[in-house]
Unconditional design. Structure first.
Length: 131
């Protein structure tokens, strides 16, 4: 009976330890990824501080370098915000807007191109005559 109790206690300790280890390793992995991301951003900003994209990112510190590079290259992509689209392509010719249950969906019309936004974030683009 005593052996069974000791085995049970060891099993409980193992479950708790390995369960906590799994939680710890998940948190540590997330912290490592954030640190790597921060290191990448710091390195990018240092290397690009005199480029157009670097200067743009300096003015908008909350923007990711990928968005700054896209704006400078006059490209629009999924995940960009409305301000970035306007900087990249200018003011749209017209905007078709739909509001449903707190979601604002917009179609921005340019000459031969369309940008689709949900609550101010690009969800897709369409260009006539191009694959």
């Amino acid at each position: 009976m005593k052996l069974r109790t000791e085995v049970g206690v060891v099993a409980v300790i193992a479950v708790v330890f390995f369960g906590c280890w799994g939680i710890y390793s998940g948190v540590q992995r997330e912290l490592d990824e954030r640190a790597q991301g921060a290191a990448y951003l710091a390195k990018w900003h240092e290397a690009n501080k005199t480029t157009k994209a670097g200067i743009l990112c300096e003015k908008h510190p909350d923007w990711h370098p990928t968005a700054c590079e896209a704006v400078v290259a006059r490209k629009v992509g999924v995940g960009m915000n409305a301000e970035q689209v306007k900087l990249a392509w200018g003011k749209p010719r017209s905007i078709n807007r739909t509001r449903v249950s707190g979601l604002v969906t917009e179609q921005w019309v340019y000459d031969g191109s369309y940008v689709y936004l949900d609550n101010g974030i690009v969800t897709g683009t369409q260009t006539e005559g191009k694959p």
